[in-house]
Write a protein that binds this ligand. Structure first.
Ligand code: NDP
Ligand code: 2IT
Length: 451
């Protein structure tokens, strides 16, 4: 490996020994941009990589709130303001018990590259809390969100840092967060949060954007590789949240048969094709479990997840697999099963859902692989379109936003494809995405001096 890269990686490992997810994300990026580093020996003196791997700012704070029994609860809040090189910090908030600094930093780091690929003026950030919204009443979620924002508000702003949703943060949470921000600031700064509901500043098609965008990216990748399409393909989609639901909707619209979806407890397999209206009702209305699908279709099959390294969903035969739940949900064991079952393409809707070994194995076995930071960039891109509508005090129609999203995803695929060819790694879209994004980021860094 290039000596400079090796040195930076060793430094990052020594400085962040307890942050495995963060190290995994850094390693994936650094190891795939080697040809660019080789071609630019001056980058070492300029400490380009050291500057990229060190967040501009990390904020950690206490979030006290009162539950429905009058018990005071305390959670930990985070905001990692990673990079403001090409725009205000931008990225989601995750509420999940697993949230810690490593996960926040890996997500923030990925976001810099993803946002650069979008071609829009947005920097990189991420935040969240170890709060678990599952099983909480609406009133508890509201009190938590209000407390969280009572600290977060001083660090964000429509030209400073613009949070949005992620795991555990959807329209309900964004509404409570926005209400509290507005109350504290005594001003209507619509662009301070994205993912707002339509009617008070939200963009049409933002809810659908990440899932639809993933399918647009996959469509381009399939087309570029032998003119293939979704028509008649069998698809498995992990998760059953925002990303998974709308990936399913667009895949079905394109003529694919989605046969399985999941949550953290298990997966359902419906050989007749998933009834998405049932999933939407279970997840978006009742906030239930994927297992409840059996109440709608008793002939479907439910498989409990006993071992996360061998999730049942990846044992099901499919042409296209779309991990849309969480990090490291697709292991080497699962990758082997997918390949044995003849998978032709894997598209990452979630952030870093495939382990390093899984990606290697899939690529070695000639499976088309769409990396998260490119394939799931539709969500944040549409967030940027929401920000621009808020600044204009104007709304685009659903069709206008969707058309822009499609064009952005098509361009991102093109950028990944071209960068992979430029460095003799045709078809390696992991390298293509990392290189294309790195070129944008390093150029901005050189232009702005040592800051
Ligand atoms: P949601 O909270 O809407 O849904 C998350 C889904 O993933 C749920 O079905 C959840 O199941 C499942 N899940 C969570 N943890 C696990 C696990 N350990 N094993 C299996 N399933 C699990 O989140 P989103 O759909 O918004 O996010 C999904 C992924 O997509 C995340 O990686 C996120 O970072 C990424 N992403 C989201 C974007 C967005 O715009 N929302 C944009 C780009 C990426 P359960 O109910 O059991 O927890
Ligand atoms: O991971 C992501 O890109 C998101 N959760 C969406 C971020 C955003 O600002 O819309």
């Amino acid at each position: 490996m290039n000596k400079y890269l090796e040195k930076v990686l060793a430094k990052v490992e020594a400085k962040n020994p307890n942050e495995p997810e963060y190290l995994q994300a850094v390693k994936e990026v650094l190891s795939s941009i080697e040809p660019v580093i080789d071609a630019n020996p001056d980058f070492e003196k300029l400490a380009i990589l050291e500057r990229i791997v060190e967040p501009e700012r990390i904020i950690t704070f206490r979030v006290p709130w009162v539950d429905d029994n009058g018990q005071v609860q305390v959670n930990r809040g985070f905001r990692v303001q990673y990079s403001s090189l090409i725009g205000p910090y931008k990225g989601g908030l995750r509420f999940h018990p697993s949230v810690n600094q490593s996960i926040m930093k890996f997500l923030g780091f990925e976001q810099i590259f993803k946002n650069a690929l979008s071609g829009l003026p947005i920097g990189g950030g991420k935040g969240g809390s170890d709060f678990d919204p599952k099983g909480k009443s609406d009133a508890e979620v509201m009190r938590f969100c209000q407390s969280f924002m009572t600290e977060l508000y001083r660090h964000i702003g429509q030209d400073v840092d613009v949070p949005a949703g992620d795991i555990g943060v959807g329209g309900r949470e964004i509404g409570f967060l926005f209400g509290q921000y507005k109350r504290i600031r005594n001003g209507y700064e619509g662009g301070v949060l994205t993912g707002k509901a339509v009617g008070y500043g939200g963009s049409l098609a933002r809810t659908q954007a990440t899932g639809y965008g993933l399918i647009y990216y996959m469509r381009e990748m399939l087309k570029a590789n032998g003119g293939q399409t979704f028509e008649g393909k069998t698809v498995t989609i992990s998760g059953s949240g925002n990303v998974a639901i709308y990936a399913c909707e667009k895949a079905q619209e394109y003529g694919a048969k989605v046969v399985a979806m999941s949550d953290s407890n298990g997966c359902i397999y419906d050989k007749n094709g998933i009834d998405l209206a049932a999933i939407k009702e279970i997840k978006e209305v009742k906030r239930g479990r994927v297992k409840d699908y059996l109440n709608y279709h008793a002939d479907a099959k439910y498989m409990e997840t006993a071992d996360r390294n061998d999730a049942p969903i990846w044992t099901i035969k499919s042409d296209i697999a779309l991990p849309c739940a969480t990090q490291n949900e697709l292991s080497l064991t699962s990758a082997k099963k997918l390949v044995a079952n003849g998978v032709i393409a894997v598209g990452e809707g979630a952030n870093m859902p495939s382990t390093e070994e899984a990606i290697e194995y899939l690529q070695e076995n000639k499976v088309l692989f769409a990396p998260a930071k490119a394939a799931n960039a539709g969500g944040v891109s549409t967030s940027a379109i929401e920000m621009s509508q808020n600044s204009m005090r104007y709304y685009y129609t659903f069709e206008e936003v969707d058309k822009r999203l499609d064009a952005i995803m098509t361009n991102i695929f093109k950028a990944c494809d071209e960068a992979s060819k430029q460095y003799g790694m045709e078809g390696n879209y992991v390298a293509g995405a990392n290189i294309a994004a790195f070129q944008t980021i390093s150029k901005a860094m050189l232009a702005q001096g040592v800051v």
